[in-house]
Design a protein around this ligand. Structure first.
Ligand code: PRX
Length: 643
C-alpha cells in the first residue's frame, strides 16, 4: 500500500529549488553517467577553491581510486577563508545552543579566528602534516574548531563519539598511533555532566604515542591534570596568533579516519580524503538539502558519527550555510526541545533520524503542536530505514504536509549521501530512499552479481567509484579489498539488502551481514561478543538484533556461563554494565539471556539466524534470568543450517 502513495513537491517549492523537476534531475543524472570526468571536473572547478589545479578528474585502479589527481586544496580554507571575501563574512556559520540554554553565534569571520588560533596551538606543539589527532569532545563549537584546525594543517583527525568508553577510545588511539588527544572535561546531557577526561586518563597509560592531551573547559568540574602531558586549551589559546595560513594539500591527502563497526571484532578505520570528499559533501548540500544562502539548517546528529562530519561541519560550511549545533538531549528539559529550537532560530531545514522521529511520535503531538514550526521548508531522515507510519507522521505533524522529506541513504564509507530524492525534483514514496544522486550507480544483484528482477530482494552494490568514497581502511588495504570489493568483483558491496520497484525506486531493507543498527548506531555482533567473552563468567556469547518499535533494533545477548555458582539476576545486570564499559553506554544490551548451550551447526558455527528467529517470534520463551534450553531447536535446525 505504501508503495502506491507518492508525494510531489509543491509548485512553490519547485520554483525556488536548486534542481527543478524530474527533467532537471534526469539531465544531471544522464550527464554524470555519460561523462563522469567532465561532470565532476566542472563541479570541482566551480564549487571548490584550488591552490593548484588538478590534472585528471579521477584515476580508477580497482579497488583504489584517486579524485582530482595532482590538485592542491584545503578543506578548512574552503569551509572558512573563501567566504571571508563575500557577503558571508559576518554571516553566522555555527549557531550553537548548549543543553543548559547557553548560546553562541559564531560568524565565518569569528570561526576563522578560532580555527587559526587553535591551528597555531597545534603547530606550537610540533604537530605537522600526516600526524594524527584523536578528538573526544562533547557537542560544543570547539569540536568543529578542532577538526577545522587539523584540516588546516593536514593533521588527520579521528573524532571518537563521546558515548564510547575508555576501552573503545584506547583501541582507536592505538590503531591510529595518535600523537595528540583533544578533549574536554565533559558535556551536558539530560541535565547531568557526562565526563570525558577520566576516560582519556584511563585509556592513555597504554597509548605510548600520545605526547599531549589538550583539554577544553566546558563544565568546569574539578579534574586532575597530569603534569607534562595535559594542557588547558584556554591557556595555550590565550597567546596564539590570530592568523594562520591553510596548507595547500594534495587532493588525496587523508582528511580524517572514522571508526565504524564491521563484521569482525575489530572496528575499521574508514579513511576519507580531501578534494573528492569535500566536493560531494558540498554538492549534496545543494542537491539534497536544496540549500539557499538564507537558510538556517539543522542536522541533529552527533559529530562523532559520519553524519555530523559531512552534514554539520564540512558540507554546510563549505556551502556557506548557517549550521545549527545543539549539545544535549532532545527531551531536556522537556520533550519539546527540538521544536523550541526550531521556533526560536526559525530553522528552515531539519535533518534527523527515524529513531528520533519514532520517539517523538510516542511522546505525543502536543509537544510539536505547541510551537510555531512554520519556518520549516524541508525535512530529512538518515541512518536507518524509516517506516511509512513514522514518515507520514513526520510529514503531517512536523512538515504540516508542506515540506518535502528526503530519506537519505548512505554510509560511513560512502562519505556523502548516495540515494535520496532531490526534493524539488523526485516525488517521494514513504519508506523508499528513491533514486540515486547524479554520479551514483547502484544495482541490486544476486549472489553471483547478476541484477535481480524488479521487486526482488538482492544485495545493494555500487558499480562505479564516486568522489567521497572511502579510500581504504587505515593501514589495512587488504581488509578494504576483501570487505568491499571481492564478493562481487568490480562492485562496492554495501552490506545492505534492497529491492527496486517498477519505477526504479530503491527500498533499502537493512543489513545482510553481522552488523546491527540500533537507533541508527552501527554495532558489530562480533565486537559485542568479544566484549562479552572477556568477562570472567562468560564462556560463550552470541548477539542478535530484535525488532524494536523505537530504536529499529534492540540488542539481545545469549550467554553461556563458565562452571560456577552464579546469581544470574545480578550477573545480567553486571554484563550490561560490562558491555557499556568495554564499548560505550549507547551499546548497553537490552536483554541478557542465559543458556546452557548455544545452538550450533554440526560444524560448530553458532546459528545466529536461529537466535534471530527466537527473539523475533519468541518461539522459545524465557525471561532474562532463566536458563533456556535451546538444545531442542538446535537439534531441529542443525541439519538444514549445515547444508
Ligand atoms: O544499513 C544502512 C543504514 O545505515 C547503514 C550505515 O550506517 P553508518 O555507516 O553508521 O552511517 C549512518 C549514517 C549515514 C547502512 O548500511 N542506513 C543509513 N541510512 C539509511 C539506512 N537504511 C535505510 N534507509 C536509510 N536512509
Amino acid at each position: 500500500m505504501a508503495e502506491d502513495r507518492s508525494y510531489s513537491p509543491s509548485r512553490e517549492f519547485v520554483e525556488h529549488a536548486n534542481v527543478k523537476g524530474m527533467e532537471g534531475y534526469r539531465a544531471l543524472y544522464k550527464r554524470a553517467l555519460e561523462q563522469p570526468a567532465e561532470f565532476w571536473g566542472e563541479l570541482a572547478d566551480k564549487e571548490l577553491f584550488w591552490f593548484e589545479k588538478w590534472s585528471k578528474a579521477f584515476e580508477w585502479n580497482p579497488p583504489f581510486v584517486k579524485w582530482f589527481v595532482g590538485g592542491k586544496t584545503n578543506v578548512s580554507y574552503n569551509c572558512i577563508d573563501r567566504h571571508l571575501a563575500t557577503h558571508r563574512k559576518n554571516k553566522v556559520a555555527i549557531l550553537w545552543e548548549g543543553e543548559p540554554g547557553d548560546q553562541r553565534m559564531i560568524t565565518y569571520q569569528e570561526l576563522y579566528r578560532l580555527v587559526a588560533r587553535f591551528a597555531n596551538v597545534l603547530k606550537s606543539r610540533g604537530l605537522k602534516i600526516g600526524d594524527r589527532a584523536v578528538i573526544y569532545m562533547p557537542m560544543i563549537p570547539e569540536l568543529p574548531v578542532a577538526m577545522l584546525a587539523c584540516a588546516r594543517l593536514g593533521i588527520i583527525h579521528s573524532v571518537v563519539f563521546g558515548g564510547f568508553s575508555a576501552e573503545a577510545l584506547k583501541a582507536r588511539i592505538q590503531d591510529l598511533e595518535a600523537q595528540v588527544v583533544i578533549t574536554a572535561d565533559g558535556g551536558w546531557r539530560r541535565g547531568k555532566e557526562v565526563k570525558l577526561k577520566p576516560a582519556v586518563d584511563e585509556a592513555l597509560p597504554e597509548c605510548p604515542t600520545v605526547r599531549d592531551v589538550i583539554v577544553y573547559r566546558r563544565t568546569g568540574s574539578p579534574l586532575e591534570m597530569k603534569a607534562g602531558r595535559d594542557l588547558w586549551w584556554h591557556e595555550l589559546d590565550e597567546t596564539a596568533a590570530e592568523t594562520c595560513d591553510a596548507v595547500p594539500l594534495d587532493s588525496e591527502a587523508p582528511l580524517y579516519v572514522l571508526y565504524t563497526s564491521g563484521t569482525t571484532g575489530k572496528p575499521k578505520g574508514i579513511v576519507h580524503t580531501t578534494g573528492g570528499y569535500l566536493l560531494q559533501a558540498t554538492m549534496t548540500m545543494k542537491w539534497v538539502f536544496d540549500l539557499h544562502d538564507e537558510d538556517t539548517y539543522w542536522c541533529t546528529a552527533d559529530i562523532g558519527w559520519v553524519t555530523g562530519h559531512s552534514y554539520i561541519v564540512y558540507g554546510p560550511l563549505s556551502a556557506g550555510a548557517t549550521t545549527v549545533m545543539y549539545e544535549g538531549a532532545p527531551d531536556c528539559p522537556q520533550p519539546d526541545r527540538f521544536w523550541r529550537l526550531i521556533e526560536k532560530y526559525r530553522v528552515n531545514i531539519l535533518y534527523t533520524s527515524p529513531t528520533a522521529i519514532r520517539s517523538f511520535v510516542r511522546q505525543g503531538d502536543q509537544w510539536p503542536n505547541a510551537h510555531d514550526l512554520s519556518s520549516l521548508r524541508l525535512l530529512g531522515s538518515v541512518g536507518e530505514p524509516i517506516n511509512p507510519a513514522a514518515w507520514e507522521w513526520y510529514h503531517k505533524t512536523i512538515g504540516k504536509e508542506r515540506c518535502p522529506i528526503v530519506d537519505t541513504w548512505w554510509q560511513t564509507e560512502t562519505g556523502a549521501i548516495m540515494i535520496s530524492p532531490i526534493p524539488g525534483a523526485v516525488p517521494a514514496k514513504p519508506g523508499s530512499a528513491t533514486l540515486p544522486l547524479p554520479g551514483i550507480l547502484p544495482e541490486v544483484v544476486d549472489l553471483n552479481g547478476k541484477p535481480v528482477e524488479p521487486n526482488c530482494e538482492g544485495l545493494l552494490v555500487i558499480q562505479r567509484p564516486w568522489p567521497s568514497m572511502l579510500r581504504t581502511i587505515w593501514r589495512d588495504p587488504q581488509r578494504y579489498e576483501d570487505q568491499y570489493w571481492r564478493r562481487i568483483p568490480g562492485n562496492y558491496l554495501t552490506g545492505d539488502a534492497a529491492r527496486r520497484d517498477a519505477d526504479g525506486y530503491l527500498w533499502v531493507l537493512g543489513r545482510v551481514d553481522d552488523v546491527m543498527n540500533i537507533s541508527g548506531h552501527r554495532l558489530s555482533t562480533m565486537e559485542l561478543e568479544s566484549a562479552l567473552v572477556r568477562h570472567p563468567a562468560v564462556a560463550e556469547a552470541a548477539v542478535v538484533g530484535k525488532p524494536h518499535e523505537i530504536t529499529g533494533q534492540a540488542m539481545v545477548c545469549f550467554v553461556t556461563l563458565k562452571e560456577g555458582k552464579w546469581d544470574t539476576e545480578q550477573l545480567a545486570q553486571d554484563l550490561r554494565l560490562w558491555v557499556a564499559h568495554e564499548i560505550g553506554s549507547f551499546a548497553k544490551p537490552e536483554q541478557i539471556r542465559f543458556s546452557e548451550a548455544l545452538p550450533k551447526t554440526r560444524s560448530g558455527k553458532i546459528m545466529r539466524r536461529l537466535l534471530r528467529e527466537i527473539v523475533t517470534s519468541n518461539t522459545v520463551v524465557g525471561d532474562v534470568t532463566t536458563l533456556e534450553d535451546l538444545s531442542v531447536v538446535t537439534r531441529l535446525s542443525a541439519q538444514t543450517d549445515d547444508e
